[in-house]
Design a protein around this ligand. Structure first.
Ligand code: COA
Ligand code: ZN
Length: 321
């Protein structure tokens, strides 16, 4: 049956811009809840400069602990350059993601390289990772709009996606980094992208800044994409805008997919536990568009289970969404 492959990027994309510093234990606690919810793929951390992103300074500690504890979990790590790859490999990482932006300015702001250099470094990093026997992903960031340069030309996205595929990236991840895409444009861009990257190697990384994350995911689904990044609780948004504007929330994507007959293997109840945990850690309300409804459903179910328990029943199945 048609299944969705979801990579939960909360431990990396979600945490990298949080004002609250999380301990390594707390990050592992979040991953533990994702695993319990049935998530089979995560982006665990990033090997970037700790000066650029202090929250990711413990990457070298996270990776061996994740691998030892959940050997069955697919865990990728973001690396911006060869030094990042070297550190990731030394820590035992089995999969890396390079991050190439589709505009000159975004590359400069993010990784202090121009587009040409970023492309060359991404290709070298992929080649080196393959030589080391690692799995790979390649982000094409700001694939719709760039916060500095405006609309990103589609031909540039196609050129870079094709180069990442030619460099044998296991997944080419098309990222709506600032959450500005709309479903019509998603459909148009995926239709063009599938001519340069086989659909099964294409992944979509969406942000929900304008409330269109799920609609965009649906457009990508209808265009044939089955690989998605999402972040539990929609973590990744601006710390000063409560409950807003992070990645597409994993719970929204799972709810939409399952209600539409696409199994994900992920439990919504389990995701709720992860959101609860993240809220305590990050000290603010979290959750995607569906969170209030999901919590009401859970409260109702717990109430009816309690009443059944009082009448002597003990076995309960998780309710389908
Ligand atoms: N991990 C850790 N340290 C790194 C590193 C890496 N991947 N790459 C470079 N460094 C270190 C260098 O060793 C050097 O250290 P020193 O000052 O102690 O000698 C220092 O960083 C500067 O090196 P340089 O190559 O000049 O890097 P830079 O200052 O041009 O920064 C990046 C380039 C890529 C390291 C930095 O911009 C970065 O980490 N960006 C990531 C941003 C990010 O995570 N964005 C969100 C994800 S998309
Ligand atoms: Zn992102």
């Amino acid at each position: 049956m048609d299944t969705l492959h979801i990579t939960d990027v909360a431990p990396r994309d979600g945490l990298q811009n949080q004002s609250v510093h999380l301990s390594t234990e707390a990050k592992l606690g979040l991953i533990e809840r994702l695993v319990k919810a049935g998530v089979r793929s995560v982006e665990a951390t990033s090997f970037v400069s700790p000066k650029a992103v202090p929250q990711m300074a413990d990457a070298g500690e996270i990776v061996p602990r994740v691998i030892a504890r959940w050997p069955q979990l697919r865990s990728s790590v973001l690396v911006p350059n060869l030094k990042g790859l070297e550190r990731a490999h030394a820590a035992g990482a089995q999969e890396i993601a390079v991050v190439l932006s589709a505009t000159e300015t975004m590359n400069r702001k993010n990784i202090n390289m121009g587009l040409d250099e970023a492309l060359r470094v991404s290709e070298q990093t992929l080649a080196q990772a393959h030589a080391l026997g690692l799995r790979t992903r390649a982000y094409v960031a700001v694939a719709f709009d760039c916060p500095f340069e405006g609309e990103t030309p589609l031909r540039e996205v196609l050129r870079l996606a094709a180069r990442m595929y030619a460099a044998d990236a296991g997944e080419v991840v098309i990222a709506d980094t600032i959450g500005s895409a709309a479903p019509g444009e998603v459909r148009r861009r995926i239709a063009a992208l599938r001519d340069v990257v086989p659909l099964e190697r294409l992944a979509m990384h969406l942000h929900d800044t304008r409330g269109l994350g799920a609609a965009n995911a649906w457009a990508a689904l209808e265009a044939g994409v089955r690989r998605f990044d999402a972040s539990v609780g929609g973590i990744g948004g601006c710390p000063f805008a409560p409950g807003a504007a992070g990645n597409l929330a994993t719970e929204d994507l799972v709810l939409m997919a399952e209600r539409s007959g696409l199994p994900t293997g992920i439990s919504l109840d389990g995701l709720l536990d992860a959101v609860d945990f993240a809220e305590v850690q990050l000290e603010r309300p979290l959750g995607g568009r569906s969170i209030a409804w999901l919590r009401r459903q859970r409260a109702k179910r717990l109430e009816s289970e309690e009443s059944l328990r009082q009448r002597g029943y003990t076995q309960f199945e998780e309710e389908k969404p």
